[in-house]
Structure formats: C-alpha cells, structure tokens
Ligand binder design. Structure first.
Ligand code: SF4
Length: 338
C-alpha cells in the first residue's frame, strides 16, 4: 500500500507552526517514535511533499463500511471533517438553529455541554490568528496558527477569559487514511490529558499569545470529539471529553516557548542551508524509531517514498546545526505588556 504524496509549488518559508515542530521533534510521549524525525520534516517542509488531507468528499467516496458512513451528507465537501465540524460548532455558539437529526450535529451534541453557555458569553472570536514572534528583537522567529475559540464568559462570581481548542479526533468519516495505514479507528488514545497539555507545543504557544494580548494566560479547555465504537451495544456512538488547565503558569509557558524557539532556530538553519544548496533532505538526521510510528512514515520507501532510514542517523537532541538561540524571556516583563 503506497501513500499518495502531493508536491507543493512554494519553497520553504521561515514561518513556523507547532505542527512543524511536532514533525521534527515530536511530542515524544505518545508512542515510541513519536519524538519526530528531522528528515521527515525535511521531506514535508523543504521538499514540499505532503500527504493530502482527506476531504469530506473523498471520505464519502471511500467504501463505506457502515450505514452511518453512507449517510454522511451535507455541504463543505471540499473541506476536511474537522473544518466541517467547526462550522457546526460555531453555529451552535452563535445560537443558530441546528437539526438534531443531522448526523454531524448528532456527533457534536455530546461536546456542546463542554462549551461555554452561549448566553453567558461577554465576547468571543473564532479562528484567531496566532502571529507570535519569539526571541530577541532583530532576530525573532515568526509563528503562525489559529486559536479555535477565545473570549470571555460571565461566571457567577467573575468574568473568565478562556481559550478553547476543538479536537475532532478520528471521527469515523475521516478514517479512510487511518484504515489504510492500520491506525485505530475512533480511538481516544491520542487525547491529551491536562499534564500532556502543560508540555504541549500548541497549548503553550497559544497561551504565550494570550499573555501578550491580555497580560495573563487564559483558562484553557481542549474539547475532544470521537466515536470510539468500542462498545458493540452502541456502535458509532459519539462521545466528547475535555482536558482542562484552569490556571496555566506563565513561567512554565515561558520555558516551553523557549524550547519551541530553539527548535525553530534549528529548522531555520536547515531552511537556510537548503536554500543555499548546502543541504539535501537525505542529509538530515533520520530517526529510525519514527519510521513505524502512527501507522508508518509516508516517506518510507516501501510506502512509496524515498527513505529507508539509512544515512545520517543522529540521535535527536545531539544534532549539530550551527543554530544559535539568544532567546531570553522574562514572563514578568510580558505580563506588563498590554
Ligand atoms: S522513513 Fe524513517 S527515517 Fe525516513 S523520513 Fe520517515 S521516519 Fe524519518
């Protein structure tokens, strides 16, 4: 079984996302090999080879194994399931009428109770751009991304600023690729617990921006939706769960963001050497533990890629990149920033 890769037309940009950092350095605590592979990052971000996201339409075209899959219909066919679901979540928050008979709505309903009561929202925004810079003035690293849902909710005793991320984890319709690669369907295995979030790249970068924007971290909730299908009595039953970090610690956020900044500088060094033709993707360090992680690396030769894991194998963390980080960060000074 081979993985169809797409070639991006644009070259590498010195603009980073937490998913880039995960690709190269990984979260590391999910499963063996999840510590990432610099070479896999290189194939994706230097070589521009990416796995196509499975759109809603493609998912529909896949052989359906259940009646529920066959019944998936609706708009947004070109988008992924995650984007499709988000439009319904946003409609719920805006108070728009939703049809509980709609299969998407049925899947999302268990999580609506984990969102702030729409009538208690004092302000809110969806898809807030993350355009953070890290590092010293004159040599900053630029970041991009989107915070799903931020705002202020009126609690009984005080208003509370919140940061919420939507995780539509492995719903059945988006699992064609998972099936192909032998990954578990509808599993909760990848849900991050609060302790995981404290070291999660995305969580900490988003909170870093909250500190810059509002002077303090926001109460965080990551809401996960899935249909685990573990219980044969309730096949395809949707569920939702939440991981909360009600009082994030600015010092802890600073430490993780400092590591993020350093990792991005390593990747930036690769980008500059690649542009100057001093580096090829195959010269990047390979982490052979990652070749089989998450169902198999798409750049593996036997899956249709070019890599057999040989060559410049270097233990992650011992890579000599020449990248120098002068990153200093004083959370107290940031807290004074309006
Ligand atoms: S096949 Fe293995 S070594 Fe090669 S890019 Fe993928 S994870 Fe890295």
């Amino acid at each position: 079984m081979t993985v169809r890769l797409e070639q991006s037309k644009s070259g590498p940009r010195e603009l980073f996302s937490t998913s880039q950092i995960e690709k190269a350095f990984g979260p590391g605590y999910v499963e063996p090999g999840s510590e990432g592979c610099h070479r896999a990052w290189g194939f994706r971000y230097l070589g521009g080879l990416r796995e196509p996201e499975i759109s809603y339409a493609e998912a529909l075209a896949m052989p359906a194994t259940t009646e529920s899959e066959r019944r998936y219909r609706g708009g947004a066919l070109a988008r992924t399931w995650g984007k499709h679901a988000e439009t319904y979540i946003e409609a719920y928050i805006r108070g728009e009428a939703l049809n509980p008979g709609d299969d998407t709505v049925r899947r999302l309903i268990p999580g609506f109770g984990l969102l702030p009561n729409p009538r208690s929202l004092l302000e809110y925004r969806f898809q807030v751009p993350v355009n953070v810079k890290t590092g010293p003035a004159g040599d900053t690293v630029s970041w991009q991304g989107f915070k799903d849902f931020t705002g202020v909710v009126a609690l009984e005793y005080r208003p509370l600023r919140f940061l919420i991320d939507f995780k539509t984890t492995t719903p059945k319709v988006d699992n064609g690729k998972n099936r192909e690669l032998g990954r578990p369907i509808g599993s909760w295995a990848f849900m991050k617990q609060p302790a995981d979030l404290l070291r999660d790249w995305q969580f900490n970068l988003y909170e870093y921006q909250e500190i810059q924007q509002y002077g303090a971290p926001s109460a965080a909730r990551w809401v996960y939706w899935a249909s685990p299908e573990k219980d044969p009595r309730y096949p395809n039953r949707p569920e939702a769960r939440a991981s909360d970090v009600p009082n994030p610690d600015p010092e802890s956020i600073a430490r993780v963001v400092e590591t993020l900044d350093q990792h991005a500088r390593t990747l930036r060094s690769y980008i500059r050497q690649f542009r100057d033709k001093r580096l090829t993707v195959m010269q990047l360090p390979a982490n052979t533990h990652a070749c089989n992680a998450f169902g198999g690396c798409p750049y593996r030769r036997d899956l249709g890629g070019q890599c057999d894991g040989s060559g410049a194998t270097v233990t992650i963390g011992k890579v000599e990149t020449g990248a120098v980080s002068n990153f200093t960060f004083d959370p107290k000074s940031v807290l004074l920033t309006p």
